[in-house]
Design a protein around this ligand. Structure first.
Ligand SMILES: [Zn+2]
Length: 342
């Protein structure tokens, strides 16, 4: 999956640089680079030359990832960081990857399967995620939460816990960075649950699997509503303020390593850790209330906070407000913002 090796080169050069600069005495990192296609070997070799010149240690391989990971497991080898970025859904590799990820090690996981976790291939979601996936205005976030749940189940089977560090998407690729813990955090099992949304009225509800009961009534007239339920998915936070803050600080120390776009993305993610779970589309709210336009995200967030609720603009999709406000009150707040703005 290394392709032309650009990511390996960046990992290598940046870690050689930072280990030399900031942690004198540490051994330089050893980078394992694998692409299953043997025709890429020569190109990879050539592209990684600048890393060798800097003293980086590189192990190049051209074999299926499963083979490399299984052999590492057999040999008792662990990696501090694994960057898994193939085509489609990566879930067939989760267990082999977690088997060789060190305690406190970091996994960067990419999935370019956008159809099954966003409710557009429901049978695919059952096969790849063992989950129900329904369409949702915050579909990118639902996809990330479904993927995180799949990862958590694989980690938990091994008795290990997960700490999300950063999760984001551009709608085509869904990216998760997580830290593997030696054991589950207290009540970590409570973070697996279901998200329900009524397409008729737009109301939403969540429940952890551990305390699953019947669903409450939605905002429809009695008998008219119908919940479409997605999950099991991850109900916990999606970002680590500490790690994102440290990455933003790194930008000052290694100014050439981060583009302005990435810098702004990290700032956005740091400002919205992903809780509460329910996200509301401002366009959908405006449509339901027959308003002439959507309320500004910032005005809605401010009004909800003034009313004593948690509220954040979503860092994962534009035009979404994350809040724990009950739906009828959310509609009233939107209505009053609209009146005040006229
Ligand atoms: Zn309803």
């Amino acid at each position: 999956m290394a392709g032309c090796g650009i990511r390996s080169l960046r990992w290598g050069l940046e870690s050689v640089l930072s280990s030399a600069t900031h942690s004198a005495g540490l051994l330089p990192p050893e980078i394992w680079v694998n692409d299953a296609d043997p025709d890429r070997a020569e190109l990879l070799n050539r592209n990684l030359e600048p890393l060798r010149l800097k003293g980086g240690s590189i192990q190049l391989a051209n074999e299926p990832a499963e083979a490399l990971l299984s052999r590492a497991h057999y040999e008792g080898r662990c990696f501090d960081l694994i960057d898994l970025d193939g085509f489609g859904c990566p879930n067939a590799l989760l267990q082999p990857v977690l088997n060789v990820l060190a305690n406190e090690g970091v996994l960067l996981l990419a999935s370019s399967d956008g159809r099954s976790p966003t409710g557009h291939d429901r049978c695919g979601a059952i096969r790849r995620l063992a989950a129900a996936a329904r369409t949702h205005p915050a579909s990118w976030e639902v996809a990330l939460r479904l993927q995180m749940a799949a990862l958590a189940r694989h980690a938990w089977v091994l008795g290990r816990g997960l700490e999300p560090l950063a999760c984001f998407s551009d709608g085509r690729t869904f990216r998760l960075a997580v830290r593997l813990k030696s054991r589950l955090a207290e009540e970590e099992e409570h973070l697996l649950g279901l998200l329900a949304r009524c397409d008729a009225c737009g109301d939403q509800a969540i429940q952890p699997l551990l305390s699953l009961q019947g669903w409450p009534s939605c905002h429809c007239s009695p008998g008219d509503g119908r919940w479409a339920v997605s999950g099991p998915l991850w109900l916990g936070r999606l970002q680590s303020v500490e790690v994102l803050g440290a990455l933003l600080q790194l930008e000052e120390q290694l100014p050439l390593t981060m583009s302005p776009v990435s810098f702004r993305l990290l700032q956005r993610l740091k400002a919205d850790v992903g809780l509460p779970v329910c996200c509301w589309s401002i366009n959908e709210l405006a449509k339901r209330l027959a308003l002439s336009g959507p309320p500004p995200v910032s005005a809605l967030v401010e009004a909800l906070r003034s009313a004593g609720h948690q509220a954040y603009g979503s860092a994962l999709m534009a035009g979404q407000v994350r809040s724990d406000v009950p739906f009828p009150e959310l509609l009233r707040v939107c209505q009053s913002i609209h009146r005040a703005g006229r």
